[in-house]
Design a protein around this ligand. Structure first.
Ligand SMILES: Nc1ncnc2c1ncn2[C@@H]1O[C@H](COP(=O)(O)OP(=O)(O)OP(=O)(O)O)[C@@H](O)[C@H]1O
Length: 432
């Protein structure tokens, strides 16, 4: 993609004879044009099904399903590019405030502190100093900046296990577990470039390892859930009904944390598990959400299961509120995030991370159907009923257009008290 200011403007601008904007005459072209730099079947099938025409990024386009890098280039100051009303794109310019591990943690910590300072009841703490309602992420520090704070915390609990992750990587790359300070010190000495407080780019997060995950069939799993945000201020977000669980292929032993190096026990990423001997190519370690719910309801009862899913919704909403003031609220943007959540054996959900580009690759037939329908449902919500993107649209899709998504937060509406009932129902019944 070109990055020169005027050149880019020219390349991206919509000419007078191009696509009709809602409410204007439709004299010339009448079809929606799209471009994408992700060659994913679940995307192109959906675009083609709608009769949209594929064009190059340099041509006039209405909808761009872009990689995060392309999106960053497009919105960079250097590009000088401005989107027109009839254009939309699948990322917010600074989505990384939520999707980079270190920034997500920083924003959630800041959000909790701000609420606490205001004396907001959501930010009350227990006697042990934990947030009663906003304990949604494992205790986390950013390295190297918070190294001393981490050491202090570790010493309070010298037998605890921690997980270290590079802030900006994915698919399990560079992740390892420690339960001794000496291992962290050795790693910090060997790090290239060396571990340095000013070295922001190479930051890592170190999080308390959830040592008591809920196990099914003796194996650890995490949940992948999809959340669509169409606007940040006022916040409007939808949760997808069909997420799935991703299992480790090797049994997890709650009483034996010695084998910290065995990634097939501890890391649920498919990118890791598919390299293991016990990986199953048929189901690829995935279980759909309906089966998980059925299992939980029969094992723990309906009300505990409902409460777990209420708490999942709660953590999603608050993670979004934590960044809503810092995300550039561009009305041309929407974003579908992949939320990774671990449930512990007390049925408490923990937010592990949020992905800006959840995988659209499929490993099973069920996966293909799910992801294809997911894209279909996203498009139905973000594009107005007449089928043409419009940044001035009120972003109020009909219930039918929501498909398998349901609205979990709509600040415009909630502030008028519509969610009062549900808030009252669960008031005071948060974990711990
Ligand atoms: N605090 C934690 N406690 C227990 N397990 C964890 C914790 N953090 C991460 N994990 C495990 O490690 C895996 C990888 O972590 P994470 O998702 O943060 O990294 P990633 O490399 O960005 O993965 P992906 O790109 O697939 O999202 C998780 O799927 C989970 O199984």
């Amino acid at each position: 993609m070109a990055s020169n200011g005027s050149e880019t403007r020219k390349q991206f601008s919509l000419g007078e004879n191009s696509l009709n904007v809602r409410g204007t005459s439709t004299s010339m072209k009448s079809r929606v044009s799209y471009c994408t730099d992700l060659e994913k079947l679940v995307l192109t099938v959906n675009f083609d099904k709608r009769g949209w025409v594929r064009v190059n990024p340099d041509d006039d386009w209405n909808i761009y399903w872009a990689s995060v890098q392309t999106c960053r280039n497009l919105f960079s100051v250097d590009s000088g590019y401005r989107l027109h009303d009839n254009q939309c794109i699948n990322h917010f310019p600074n989505h990384y405030e939520l999707t980079r591990k270190d920034l997500m943690v920083k924003n959630i910590k800041r959000y909790r502190k701000d609420l606490e300072r205001e004396g907001h009841p959501t930010a009350i703490r227990s006697k042990q100093g934990r947030y009663t309602h906003l304990d949604i992420i494992p205790i986390t520090y950013i390295l190297p900046a918070d190294y001393n704070m981490f050491v202090e915390e570790f010493r309070k609990n010298p037998h605890s296990t921690w997980i270290i992750k590079p802030s900006g990587k994915s698919q399990g790359a560079g992740i390892f577990l420690i339960n001794k300070l000496s291992k962290l010190k050795r790693w910090s000495k060997e790090s290239k470039p060396p571990f340095h407080p000013q070295n922001g780019k190479e930051s890592h997060v170190i999080s308390r390892y959830i040592e008591n995950p809920l196990l099914i069939g003796g194996k650890k799993f995490d949940l992948r859930m999809y959340v669509l945000v169409t606007i940040y201020r006022p916040l409007k977000a939808y949760l997808y009904k069909h997420g799935f669980c991703r299992f480790c292929a090797v049994r997890y032993d709650n009483n034996n944390h010695q084998d910290l190096e065995n990634v097939f026990v501890h890391l649920t990423n498919n990118a890791i598990q598919k390299n293991g001997e016990d990986y199953n190519n048929v189901h690829s370690g995935k279980l759909n959400m309906e089966s998980l719910k059925l299992y939980l309801e029969t094992t723990y009862g309906k009300s505990r299961t409902d409460f777990l899913f209420f708490n999942i919704k709660w953590l999603i909403i608050h993670s979004l509120k934590a960044v809503s003031s810092v995300i550039a609220n561009d009305r041309h943007c929407f974003e579908c995030y992949g939320y990774d959540i671990i449930i512990d054996e007390e049925l408490k959900p923990w937010l592990i991370e949020v992905n800006a580009s959840p995988s659209l690759t499929f490993t099973t037939a069920h996966d293909r159907i799910l992801k294809s329908k997911l894209i279909d449902d996203i498009l139905s919500i973000v594009v107005p009923p007449d089928g043409i993107p419009d940044a001035r649209w009120s972003k109020r899709p009909s219930v039918d257009a929501m498909g398998n998504f349901h609205l979990i937060v709509d600040e415009e509406y909630d502030d008028r008290g519509s969610n009062k009932k549900i808030r009252e129902k669960y008031q005071g019944s948060r974990w711990r």
